[in-house]
Design a protein around this ligand. Structure first.
Ligand code: HEM
Length: 609
């Protein structure tokens, strides 16, 4: 049945004719094969909700926590009707540029954050800027309606000595641009499903899982290079920063973008195959399909367990999560599923993940195979350069244990000035974040404070509960009115939540998404009555999982890891041998029928002998 992706409703014949005539079908229509309530999760997200089989599918639109701040194609304006202050000026005034070391967290904190984003979001706007709409800093075309360049002032502290007066940026692509709706409120594109289903491993470009499977023993296709396993190369993969004849690695069906995403993609692909081996050991009679789907389910559950239990807890604090109901002390099944709640991801959640640009340090600390420190490598130079990453897996793996950037009113120099080296001369990533939000129609910081915290703020001094006096002064220096402050600008200068390490409002938005996901995903891994649900014993194994376990299992040259994998190495958090890290006992997946079969087979063999 053909469904309209934008509305989630069946597409009537006249609409199909319109889409076909205008060549909009690929983006605006999904053909849903009949749903079977007992089937495994589908990679394209269809049939998750049985009442609305197309809701939450690949390319289904994002939800909003709060209605958009405008109803036209314009960026948000100040209350006075004036344009808001230029994005780079806001960034420069609020965030200094510095090297800084987080006192507790290591690189895996921002890295795992962006890895999880690639499951539920997409980087089509960056692709658009680099490959299609490439002219936004050309003088004659800056005002083109597809462009929103970030203007650099003549007295810019960094670029004043250069000819750079413009940083590239394109207007976010919308469903209106794709022809899927005529709604007045621009709705931004999302090329992913609306659930945490590990799309970045199993269905990145919505080509289906056939292109990544070997159809043998449940495994994903991999290739060997220098004794290490990687996702396969392919003719359409794009790695413009690979250099020389040696750097050849570039993945056909996976993201070729940032170092942190690449590391986790390689690890989770390898981990899928590791799970297949373990399952095959306990269940020799399982066929390829059974192994594939079970391994995918475990890999996905493991990733969500690390995200919502370990990562959320590291950032937000255990007590806060217990209070919010995200975790419970008993660690058992959770079933908040509501079939009336369609799968949804919010615009706000996908946006505030960008806050972690603040924690992205510009250098990777490189180590030799024995763990001796060698030198600092400019981390952003690895972007779109999978060949170089593949050649240095041991070093980059260990580099994740060094401190990430602190949340301290600064941002690392490269993130602020050369965000995409090799493909853009200059780029201020956090300024770009503000720019995009104004075009997404996200409301102001104070609107979200009122929504989540119940405090109506109309005067600067009323912000003191959330922002220090010194930072309020900085905001008041740039914005006309406290109600004009961008959501992200407010988050940059907010105080941290008591008992945690990120702003309370950021925690609110992360927790809000957790609730929406758990309520709306029929295949949520903690449910005991989803199709192919884990048994109690199996869920107990998933609960043992940690980021350190993942790296021990599939990391290159790793025989010890930080005890807590998101924290920097310290006396309290020493490196420990992998043998000390809790492991999954795959015997929990032993299938009685299979055991009986193999016993029978062995018995038969014994008799014959
Ligand atoms: C290796 C370091 C990184 C680089 C070079 C990088 C670069 C970029 C760039 C250039 C953009 C587009 C900015 C714009 O809209 O103008 C972007 C967007 C984004 N980044 Fe990063 N980033 C990095 C790390 C991270 C981290 C650690 C996170 C989160 C944990 C993150 C989350 C995001 C998100 C959610 C977007 C929005 C994507 C979209 O909707 O188009 N990034 N990043």
């Amino acid at each position: 049945v053909n469904y309209d992706v934008y509305t989630g409703e069946t597409a009537p014949k006249c609409l199909m004719k319109f889409y076909e005539k205008n060549n909009f079908t690929d983006n605006c229509v999904v053909d849903v094969k009949p749903c079977d309530p007992n089937e495994w999760r589908r990679v394209d997200g269809t049939c998750n909700n049985l009442k609305h089989p197309a809701s939450g599918t690949y390319l289904a639109p994002l939800a909003r926590i709060m209605p958009a701040s405008f109803d036209g194609q314009e960026p948000r304006k100040a209350l006075s009707g004036n344009p808001l202050p230029p994005e780079r000026i806001v960034r420069i005034n609020l965030l200094g540029e510095a090297v800084s070391s987080h006192p507790i967290f290591n690189h895996n904190v921002p890295s795992f954050g962006i890895y999880k984003f690639t499951d539920i979001g997409s980087v089509h706007d960056i692709e658009n800027m680099l490959l299609t709409t490439t002219w936004c800093c050309e003088k004659e075309r800056m005002n083109d309606k597809a462009c929103t360049p970030n203007i650099v002032a003549d007295d810019d502290p960094v670029f004043r000595y250069s000819g750079i007066r413009c940083l590239n940026s394109t207007k976010p692509l919308t469903y209106q641009d794709f022809g899927c709706t005529r709604d007045a409120v621009p709705s931004i594109i999302k090329k992913a499903t609306a659930t945490f289903d590990e799309s970045q491993i199993y269905n990145l470009h919505n080509k289906g899982d056939k292109v990544i499977r070997t159809f043998e023993n449940g495994k994903l296709a991999v290739e060997e290079e220098d004794g290490k396993w990687f996702p396969p190369n392919g003719p359409t993969a794009f790695c413009p920063n690979n250099q020389g004849p040696e750097e050849t690695r570039c993945f056909e069906n996976y993201a070729n973008t940032l170092l942190p995403v690449t590391l986790y993609v390689i690890w989770f692909v390898r981990h899928h195959n590791y799970i297949c081996d373990k399952l095959k050991e306990v269940n020799p009679c399982w066929d390829d399909d059974r192994l594939f789907y079970t391994a995918r389910d475990i890999n996905n559950a493991m990733s969500n367990q690390i995200y919502f239990r370990e990562w959320y807890e590291t950032l937000i604090g255990r007590q806060n999560l217990l209070k919010a109901g995200v975790i419970t002390k008993d660690n058992g099944f959770r079933d908040l599923y509501d079939e009336n709640h369609d799968p949804e991801m919010t615009t706000e959640f996908t946006h505030v993940i960008r806050w972690f640009h603040l924690m992205q340090e510009s250098n990777a600390k490189m180590y030799d195979k024995k763990g001796n420190y060698l030198y600092d490598y400019p981390l952003l130079n690895t972007t779109f350069r999978m060949g170089f990453i593949a050649k240095n897996m041991e070093s980059f793996t260990k580099s994740t244990w060094s401190p990430c950037h602190d949340f301290d009113n600064t941002v690392s120099f490269d993130v602020a000035n050369r965000g995409l080296p090799g493909v853009q001369e200059a780029l201020d990533i956090p300024a770009g974040d503000l720019n995009k939000a104004r075009h997404f129609g996200l409301r102001s910081y104070t609107d979200y404070i009122e929504h989540f915290e119940g405090s109506k703020i109309t005067k600067w001094e009323e912000l003191e509960q959330f922002v220090t006096k010194a930072n309020i002064e900085k905001l008041a220096h740039i914005f006309e009115d406290v109600r004009d402050v961008d959501l992200m600008a407010g988050l940059w200068v907010s105080k941290s939540i008591k008992g945690g390490y990120i702003p309370e409002l950021l925690a609110d938005i992360l927790i809000d998404q957790w609730y929406r996901s758990v309520k709306s995903d029929r295949h949520w891994y903690e449910r005991d009555n989803r199709p192919h649900a884990f048994t109690k014993r199996q869920l107990e194994q998933i609960r043992k999982v940690s980021v350190s376990l993942l790296i021990c299992t599939v990391g290159d040259g790793v025989d010890e890891v930080p005890k807590k994998g998101f924290l920097r190495v310290s006396k309290k958090n020493p490196l420990v041998p992998c043998s000390k890290i809790q492991k999954i006992d795959f015997r929990a997946w032993a299938d009685d029928k299979c055991q009986a079969k193999s016993k029978k087979r062995n018995g038969w063999r014994n008799k014959k002998n």
